[in-house]
Design a protein around this ligand. Sequence first.
Ligand code: AHR
Length: 335
Amino acid sequence: MLVGKHIRKYLGLFAVSALALGLSACGSDEGGTAGEGAGDAGELIKVGFVAVGPEGAWRQANETNIQETLTKEAGFDLKYAPATNLDQKSQIDAFTSFVDEGVDAILLSATEGSGWEDSLKRAQEAEIPVILIDRGIEPNNTELYVTRIAPDNIAVSTSVAEWAKSEFPDGGKYFVLEGPAGVSVVNERNQGWDAVIGAETTFEKIGAQTANWSTEEAKSVFETVLKSNNNDVQIVFAQNDEMGLGAAQAVEEAGLKPGVDVKIATIDGTKNALQALADGKLSFVAEYNPLFGDVAADVVKKAVAGETVDSYIIANSLTFDSPEAAKEALPNRKF
Ligand code: AHR
């Protein structure tokens, strides 16, 4: 199920199964394979997880799922290294420590898209396979890592844009609440949205601003946007749930009705967002599936065994476009 194509439900798009990357490239010159001996019967696979750490509900779900899947019982010795206050230098330091320790594989969820070349080259020289979790790197040099496991941000944000087009056939004024500058998924989400909405002359972008994935910050940003536009904003594209919930609070505090006066679409699909969709405060939620720990476990085993792995493995995701869809899904949601 894992390696190869994933047909995503709803979005109906196939995983980009880029050139399969022969892991023997990571093997030693003598033709050995990366992490030789690792994963042999009884021996745990040592994995360093350079993680983001506390950031919001999505991150909590993703990193918990990985830690609960790559357990000793499953054959792994996982060392979790969350960033200090989302600081990339703390991640690079942890990455370097894992390379020096000689782990068998490294998982990397990058707080910043750029600035990873030196670290990735060090891992390559040490023949340690690196697997990107969620976040990509920029420039995207697929020679420097084994694979990236993530939902497809462009497809996910395209689904939001297609919803906006269908919801507003005559167009409207919109504002984008972005994640932090320099994070790969932010650029990808803008790319998917802009490819659809940017082509529509009936839609007017009144602005975009980061609210750093935060509900409080998004509320403050959108309060200002409403005031400076005399409340004449029809759509908010919030690049994660927490920011969308903040925008909904700002709409209510302006004496307007979210879901009526201003329609808010978000990405992630957390329980709080689906509850807000059920309550009519959000209008569209595109899931960005965080639960791919099983995928990561399988890829690590294949990587250390020197097996071929696709360079981009997409975690399938759903979309929710009505209170009824949210109410139906809520009882079974895992994050
Ligand atoms: O990289 C994924 C993004 O990071 C999620 O959409 C957001 O909630 C998280 O903080």
